[in-house]
Design a protein around this ligand. Structure first.
Ligand code: NAI
Length: 257
């Protein structure tokens, strides 16, 4: 039975993915700010260290899988927390857990990015240097100082940097024998999306964000692709970002891929 660690498994895409992975035979250790085996706050360095410490103790230093779903949306009141959870809450777990994954059987990891990762490209991402350099305080200061644009900047900037961080690790993780991919969901019916729709600053633009398939996704439609990427059917998929977005990325950026 594969032993898989997950973050953000309490609600939404993470909860659906936990259910799908368990149905596929995975034993799950969850990390979340609530309702998980390991309760930890990934928005702080201390919380991330606690999560790592408890995770390594629980798995005995050996893991077969890792799925990182924890994230905050652009409507989060403290936009500084968005960069902390979305970027550092994923990258620090990736780096801290690679040795345990190397000891696993057919190990694989999937990180949940977003279609928003392509809305702000790396060479124009004002957060790129601070995030890649590990300067959390500087990244928080940039988004907190960005006024009404802070939420979108924190969300798109952190997701762009997260996808880049995964792609930059494709070489070393591949050599370590651990497959690593991202998925880029489009609008998915979860508490995060509902909070965005109810926010007067973001509601209208999110509601207008209708993909070619003409509807928003259900969390289970993310979970099924993530479960595939974690399994032997995806044994040669590595360093990829899979859009699960009803076609919106292709519609918005047909010539860029
Ligand atoms: P959600 O709000 O239902 O789930 C997020 C999970 O992260 C929750 O279980 C929450 O408790 C956990 N979390 C939040 N802050 C945390 C913290 N400080 N420490 C530990 N855990 C924390 O949202 P959803 O939509 O399921 O999001 C999952 C991932 O999918 C996120 O990374 C999000 O950015 C991404 N995504 C979601 C889209 C959508 O339309 N719902 C679209 C694109 C990406």
């Amino acid at each position: 039975m594969p032993l898989t660690l997950m973050s953000g498994c309490a609600t939404g895409i993470g909860a659906a993915t936990r259910q799908a992975l368990e149905a596929a035979g995975h034993q799950i250790i969850g990390i979340d700010i609530r309702d998980a085996e390991i309760v930890a706050d990934l928005s702080t360095s201390a919380g991330r260290q606690q999560a790592l410490h408890e995770a390594l103790a629980r798995c005995g230093g050996r893991l077969d899988g890792l799925v990182l779903c924890a994230g905050l949306g652009p409507q989060t009141p403290d936009v500084g927390k968005v960069v902390s959870v979305n970027y550092f809450g994923a990258v620090e777990l990736l780096d801290g857990l690679l040795p345990a994954l190397q000891r696993g059987t057919a190990p694989a990891a999937v990180v949940i990015s977003s279609v928003a990762s392509a809305h702000l490209l790396w060479d124009k991402n004002p957060l790129a240097q601070a995030l890649e350099g590990g300067d959390e305080a500087q990244a928080q200061a940039i988004v907190r100082g960005a006024g009404e644009h802070g939420g979108n900047l924190a969300y798109a900037g952190s997701k762009n940097a997260l996808t880049v961080a995964v792609r930059k690790r494709a070489g070393s993780w591949g050599q370590a024998g651990v497959r690593l991919n991202t998925v880029a969901p489009g609008a998915t019916e979860t508490p995060l999306l509902q909070a965005g729709l109810q926010d007067p600053r973001f509601g209208e633009s999110i509601a207008k964000f209708v993909p070619p398939l003409g509807r928003r996704a259900e969390p289970a439609e993310m979970a099924s692709v993530i479960t595939f990427l974690m399994g032997s059917g995806a044994s040669y998929v590595h360093g990829a970002q899979i859009c699960i977005d009803g076609g919106i990325d292709a519609q918005m950026r047909p010539t860029q891929f």
